[in-house]
Design a protein around this ligand. Structure first.
Ligand SMILES: Cc1cc2nc3c(=O)[nH]c(=O)nc-3n(C[C@H](O)[C@H](O)[C@H](O)COP(=O)(O)OP(=O)(O)OC[C@H]3O[C@@H](n4cnc5c(N)ncnc54)[C@H](O)[C@@H]3O)c2cc1C
Length: 575
């Protein structure tokens, strides 16, 4: 349990999250922030307890896949039992508000839960995570009637949810969706096939489909797509025409069922506006992207603690391998990579919660003066820009970190790491998918570039600059200055880059990495300010990343789209 509720988690809970403002704005001046915070902490403690207890069975059952039995998806027994434990604790659909039977947990806490579940079993996390995401999207966009109809049973975990976007020709490019929604006498019917659907056997499907009346004009774009709740059982008890046609066998996350799903004139209930389904789905996808970042952190934590423990006990040349300088450097780099990603993710979550708190505060305008409201409204706008950039960056950084950390953990174990029963080997196979679903890494860095192109960097850096200049402590000041210098180099390189879109896209990964490194650097410094034991971590992150940043920025600045021609020539050597 201690590993699940580790020092970093406690530091945020105890020091870095501004619970006072959060609860004052969400619950009003009469609430007691300390007892509200304690209640949230006890939810996290419960989750940590459950996750540490299910870990043994999920590790032992890791290879077991879900089965398709008479058209029903049956997850492996250890997954059913683990889901039941989480459900009994009321931790399913945790973002659903209390009025619909959920906890309405802040994004920071919801993502901590996902991180911990993922640490116990990444496959189980996808099931719980998508269930929560689908329910929250219904909460945000559906009519009151649909919310009443579906949310309480989703919040209780009785009904599971699936998000049905992907089709064989429509993966990263959802503009290619051809599943069709037809309206007849005021009712909607969905026809088409989806693939790779997590929780594909669920009762509730949230389906993105192209409207029949604008089908031809909108084909190839995300306009003309609407979002539908398509239940397996219709409100009058009849079976809807939704079926699972196949379950996939995968490299990892075996416990999570991944299905091909067919809709044959299945009745659907539109949520959100007609033709604006992609926008409604984006809200789910953005939450899910942070959820997958949390999944990456959970997997990486598991691999790193296993690797450190092994390196301390494995003797070679008469000493534990952890004592070898090369191994020390490797384990330290793995830790830096985990903590840098964590810093970025937690910062994104805190910004989301800050904006949710502002929204709640605005529902009680009498409690705030006009100037307070003006300030909050300006902050909300700035935070929105920051969240739009930090979301793809967090997903990119944490999932790529999980991929690398788990791979390095295999290396730490030597030959043992390559054996079929290797725990870290399994974690690596689980980690790979995090860089693919909910938008691949390439798509995340392209999204980040798009936000930078729209001017996000000036807002993000404005906040960052003020924050960094506030680190007056002698121990922190030199590192804050290094990050400030890094920001200057990024601004210089990015302005040259954005003039040439082809080249900008080619450099999107480098740009995403350098921008992430300065934001995470600032966050690690605030960790160090709150807990001086983390100073070496922040210092080492900044020292290493800023050297890399300098050369990357120079390379970005000196290049042009001619490099694309060179890439083409190099690839042609394979012909
Ligand atoms: C286990 C699993 C569970 C999943 N769960 C769900 C689910 O619940 N619901 C759902 O709807 N979908 C789900 N998916 C689908 C997943 O979201 C897609 O696989 C993913 O978005 C990538 O699409 P694709 O597989 O078609 O790859 P493609 O889009 O064909 O991409 C192939 C490669 O090309 C790259 N690429 C594509 N476009 C660009 C570009 N513009 N610039 C640079 N590179 C590019 C990609 O990054 C990738 O490396 C799941 C997939 C898996 C494997």
């Amino acid at each position: 349990m201690r590993e699940y509720l580790n020092d970093a988690v406690r530091l945020y809970f105890n020091e870095l999250v501004d619970w006072d403002t959060f609860f004052r704005w969400t619950k009003g001046p009469d609430c007691n922030p300390q007892s509200e915070r304690d209640a949230l902490f006890s939810v996290v403690e419960t989750a940590a307890q459950i996750c540490s207890e299910i870990e043994e069975s999920t590790r032992a059952g890791w290879t077991e896949e879900a089965q398709l039995v008479d058209g029903e998806v049956v997850p492996p027994p250890h997954i059913v039992a683990a889901y039941e434990r989480i459900r009994e604790a009321g931790l399913i659909s945790f973002g659903v508000r209390e009025e619909y039977g959920g906890f309405g947990l802040p994004a920071f806490v919801a993502n901590l839960l996902l991180q911990m579940i993922s640490r116990a079993d990444a496959g189980l996390m996808t099931m719980v995570g998508l269930q929560a995401g689908v329910a929250e999207d219904i909460q945000e966009f559906a009519s009151e009637e649909l919310k009443q109809q579906y949310l309480p049973r989703m919040a209780s975990g009785e009904w599971m949810g699936a998000m049905d976007l992907t089709e064989p020709q429509a993966g990263s490019d959802l503009g290619q969706i051809t599943t069709r929604a037809t309206e007849k006498d005021g009712e909607c019917f969905i026809s088409g096939g989806k693939i790779y659907i997590t929780n594909g056997g669920s009762e509730i499907h949230l389906v993105l489909a192209r409207d029949d009346d604008t089908f031809e004009q909108s084909k190839g774009s995300t306009r003309g797509l609407s979002l539908y709740i398509v239940p397996r059982t219709l409100p009058d008890g009849r079976r809807n025409a939704v079926s699972v046609t196949r379950l996939e066998e995968k490299l990892g996350i075996h416990g999570s069922p991944t299905a091909a799903v067919s809709f044959e004139e299945a009745q659907g209930f539109r949520i959100g506006q007609k033709g604006a389904g992609f926008k409604a789905m984006l809200s789910l996808m953005n939450n899910a992207r942070l959820g997958v970042a949390a999944q990456g952190i959970g997997i990486a934590e598991a691999a790193l603690s296993t690797a450190v423990a092994y390196a301390r006990e494995r003797l070679q040349f008469g000493v534990p391998i952890a004592e070898q300088p090369l191994m020390k450097d490797k384990l330290a780099r793995m830790t830096l990579s985990l903590e840098g990603s964590r810093a970025l993710l937690y910062r994104a979550c805190m910004l989301i919660d800050r904006n949710r708190a502002i929204d709640e505060a605005f529902s009680r305008p009498d409690e705030f003066s006009e100037s307070e409201q003006r300030e909050m409204s300006q902050e909300r706008e700035r935070n929105d820009t920051r969240i739009r950039l930090l979301t793809p960056l967090s997903k990119y950084l944490a999932t790529e970190a999980a991929d690398q950390i788990t791979r390095e953990a295999i290396q730490v174990h030597g030959g043992l790491g390559f054996m079929a029963e290797s725990e870290v080997g399994k974690l690596h196979l689980d980690a790979i998918i995090t860089t693919i679903y909910e938008g691949t890494s390439e798509i995340q860095v392209s999204f980040a570039l798009k936000e930078i192109g729209k001017g996000a960097l000036s807002t993000v850096f404005e906040n960052l600059e003020a924050e960094l200049k506030g680190f007056q402590d002698e121990a922190l000041r030199p590192f804050a200055d290094k990050v400030l210098e890094g920001m200057r180099l990024i601004l210089d390189a990015s302005s040259a880059l954005l003039a040439d879109m082809g080249y900008a896209l080619m450099s999107a990964q480098s740009l995403a990495e350098v921008v992430s490194s300065v934001i995470a650097g600032a966050e690690l410094l605030s960790q160090a300010k709150a807990d001086p034991r983390r100073l070496d971590l922040a210092a080492s992150w900044i020292n290493r990343q800023m050297v890399d940043l300098e050369s990357r920025c120079r390379r970005i600045k000196e290049g042009s789209s001619d490099r694309l021609d060179r890439c083409a020539a190099i690839i042609a050597l394979n012909d």
